[in-house]
Design a protein around this ligand. Structure first.
Ligand code: MLC
Ligand code: AMP
Length: 505
């Protein structure tokens, strides 16, 4: 039966013994072996009672089996909900409850804690370990190598990806099959991906970048991926000779530039390096070009919209810009107050429309209405302009967001935790420049009169509640926060004051 996502990305490779995954030990998994693995998992999901449209939440390490779980969900029509492995139990509880997941897959070591969380709503817990073992694979073992694909249409949900918000409450972005397929199709064409490509994949697979941009593009082109568990310079240098392309966040490229082995000779055979998820400094672009001869191709996207713009494959890849709107994506710059389109060259909020734009936030119609206009334009929260040559430049963010090493961190979420701590009257969380992560988190605290907040106790509380990457890397105590005449905290003043904290880190 028809299922565009499964058929287009996975099903059409049936019977192919071409390599799909190249693993860290250089062993290979063919397309056919991967499809058999995912079919067995799909069989197990269905035998466990999952039906098309049900949600499956997964907090698991990157592995071929973890990727096959994504394919299995596509084949069984189940909505895939990947979760950052760094999330704490407190964070997970919200995602699982909010999504109404019917199954949760976690690392075997986390089973007990996960059962405590999942039992409240009758979700079944399965495990999948780093080595590909666990109850999910035990169940899949007994299933056949083929599975009758569930019928789905382009407008059916493929995935639910949670993104935090300025209120501190995470929202599940509903991504349809069409959202994912239309974007992958455009990127394959724009970036000239083909069956001979070998993509060096060292991104996590719980976000748009590693799961959709990298994986869907490779699948659609019929190429292979060198599938590394995480970004690691030595592993990258070891596997680079076999790759033709690499996708990364800016931190990957600044780290590689710090490595003297990474030079023209090591990258001579590569045809493409892309960057996104966070701003790539023009300085990094220039340094990379001088060192390797390659111009990194920077593109701009979001969880809610997949990819919106890209620098050209042929032509001038301009440092400090994110290129042109992709074919099929309309982009306009509007006045944040009135929503009216601004003349070319003026800075405003970026809005996008196209088949790439999500369907809305899961069970949050009012949040959806705030950001997704009735005419289909999505208000990204990014501030930018279109320059005289038509390139889009992102100049800032209208939303209060920190991007650290490609992970989004919403200050409000941290402020809510800090404000609750004994002795703390109020707090403001800001992002400041960081040489490795691009930006990092700083917490500014105002004590209650006569109290001295205990920094260690506060950090311990933050560890309980928040994933490690969200923790303030520094706490600062002030008598009061700078405010404007309206009483609004002036975070720009704080950012300026503490902008050099990590200059020499
Ligand atoms: C890890 N840590 C981080 C961090 N990653 N802290 C802040 N920000 C991060 N991004 C923590 C670790 O837990 C550790 O804590 C310490 O920082 C140092 O760890 P590390 O060993 O240096 O980190 P590493 O494991 O190497 O990870 C860094 C990284 C990784 C940059 C390789 O974060 C990464 O792969 N980022 C990619 C994110 C991504 O895919 N984003 C796409 C989102 S989709 P301790 O306890 O040791 O101090 C999207 C849409 C789009 O945005 O357009 O693509
Ligand atoms: P996420 O919600 O994790 O998908 O992150 C999306 C956000 O990352 C966007 O709204 C931008 O603020 C930022 N982003 C993605 N790509 C770029 C880029 N190339 N340059 C600057 N910011 C980017």
């Amino acid at each position: 039966m028809a299922n565009p996502l499964y058929d287009t990305l996975f099903g059409r490779h049936a019977g192919s013994d071409a390599p799909f995954l190249i693993l860290p030990d250089d062993s290979e998994m063919s397309y056919d072996a991967f499809l058999a693995l995912s079919a067995r998992i799909a069989g197990h999901l269905t035998a466990s009672g999952l039906k098309p449209g049900d949600r499956l939440a997964a907090q698991i390490a990157k592995s071929p089996e973890a990727l096959a779980l994504y394919a299995a969900c596509a084949q069984a029509g189940v909505v895939f909900l990947p979760l950052n492995t760094a999330y704490t139990a407190t964070e997970l509880e919200y995602f699982i409850e909010n999504s109404g997941a019917s199954m949760v897959v976690c690392d075997p070591a986390g089973r007990e804690a996960m059962e405590g969380i999942a039992s409240g709503q009758g979700a079944r817990v399965e495990t999948l370990g780093t080595d590909g073992g666990g109850s999910l694979m035990d169940g899949a073992k007994g299933q056949p190598d083929s599975f009758e694909t569930a019928a789905r249409s382009e407008d059916d949900l493929a995935a639910l990806l949670y993104t935090s918000g300025t209120t501190g409450r995470s929202k599940g972005a509903m991504l349809s099959q069409k959202n994912l397929l239309s974007n992958a199709e455009v990127l394959v064409r724009e970036w000239r991906f083909n069956a001979d490509d070998v993509l060096l994949h060292c991104l996590p697979i719980f976000h748009t970048h590693g799961l959709f941009v990298a994986t869907n593009v490779t699948l659609m082109a019929g190429g292979a991926m060198i599938f590394l568990p995480k970004f690691d310079q030595d592993a990258v240098m070891q596997h680079l000779p076999r790759a033709t392309a690499m996708m990364g966040v800016p931190t990957f490229y600044t780290r590689l530039l710090d490595d003297p082995r990474f030079d023209k000779a090591a990258t001579k055979h590569m045809r493409l390096f892309t960057s996104g998820s966070a701003p790539l400094l023009a300085e990094t672009h220039d340094k990379f070009r001088a060192r390797t001869g390659h111009a990194i191709l920077e593109r701009y996207g979001m969880t809610e919209t997949n990819m919106n713009t890209s620098n050209p494959y042929d032509g001038d890849r301009r440092a400090g810009t994110v290129g042109f709107p992709l074919p099929g994506v309309e982009l306009k710059v509007t006045d944040p107050e009135t929503g009216k389109e601004l003349p070319q060259g003026e800075v405003g909020q970026l809005e996008v429309r196209g088949d790439n734009v999500f369907q809305g936030y899961w069970q949050m119609p009012e949040k959806t209405a705030e950001e997704l206009r009735e005419d289909g334009f999505f208000i990204t929260g990014d501030l930018g302009l279109i320059d005289a040559r038509g390139y889009v430049q992102i100049v800032g963010r209208g939303k209060d967001l920190i991007i650290s090493g490609g992970y989004n961190i919403y200050p409000k979420e941290i402020e809510l935790v800090l404000d609750e701590q004994p002795g703390v009257l109020e707090s403001a969380v800001i992002g400041v420049p960081h040489p490795d992560f691009g930006e990092t988190v700083v917490g500014v605290l105002v004590p209650e009169p006569g109290k001295t907040p205990d920094a260690d106790a506060i950090m311990a509380a933050a560890s309980e509640a928040l994933a490690r990457f969200k923790h303030p890397r520094k706490l600062i105590v002030l008598d009061e926060l700078p405010r404007n005449t309206m009483g609004k905290v002036q975070k720009n003043v704080l950012r300026e004051k503490y902008g050099d904290l990590f200059a020499s880190a």
